[in-house]
Design a protein around this ligand. Sequence first.
Ligand code: NAP
Length: 245
Amino acid sequence: MRSLDGETAVVTGASSGIGEAIAHHLAEAGANVVLGARRLDQLDRIAADLAAEYGAAALPVETDVTDREQVDALVDAAVSEFGALDALVNNAGVGLGGEVESMDDDDYHTMTDVNVDGMFYATRAALPHVRETQGTLVFIGSFAGHHPRPGNPVYAATKWWTRGFAHSLEGQVGDDGVAVSVINPSEVRTEFGGEDGEAFEDRFEPGDVTDPAAVAEAVGFALAREAPDTVSELNLYRRDKFAEF
Ligand SMILES: NC(=O)c1ccc[n+]([C@@H]2O[C@H](COP(=O)([O-])OP(=O)(O)OC[C@H]3O[C@@H](n4cnc5c(N)ncnc54)[C@H](OP(=O)(O)O)[C@@H]3O)[C@@H](O)[C@H]2O)c1
């Protein structure tokens, strides 16, 4: 197993939900964690928690992943603070609206800007560094990236893009010793869905759907694979998910 102790990971969307849980999991394993998201106050609070709970080195960096220069600066900050980059966790993502006919341009562009462009920018910036460390690129996909999701076709399409991009990239960089992992959760109790509706943490009772910490453990499992192994894809669904079909 690859030890995460002393390794450095960038986590996008680290200010809440799954990203925050990933930050905790990695910090507990001894990693230096670089936290990227727009809400700096949240990142500062989480960095303080990581330092207090695990003695971890955590660097909050205000980042809008739709802005290429900010994403480049996030990765640069990680490398200049800690000297190397072992992992990128491409986690920032949003789900807005649902019905295609009534979807406005803003919701469409926000989803594609964050879920598609943001993952591309972060991956491109991190790649030279994780090639040096034989590190890992993790993509948080979704059940919605595996199956048609009539509830929100645009969101689903961004997650199909994530998987298509990640696995194609896996073919491009696997030879260089870089691991690429896609982690697909079904519903997780987070702020997700709350921007224009009811957040999943309010819609679902604890225990009814996946806890963010379980997704974080799956990410930790992927990051701990030693070459030549990789977790190409891991589906973490609730047990009754297929009962919907
Ligand atoms: N919750 C679920 O049921 C579920 C299921 C499958 C997959 N996922 C995926 O899991 C990932 C994390 O979602 P979550 O459930 O943890 O939801 P969440 O609690 O709403 O977290 C979303 C994160 O993305 C960040 N973000 C949004 N826009 C951003 C931007 N422009 N630049 C930088 N960061 C941005 C948010 O930070 P700021 O607002 O501070 O920028 C926040 O930290 C997403 O990719 C989502 O699609 C979630």
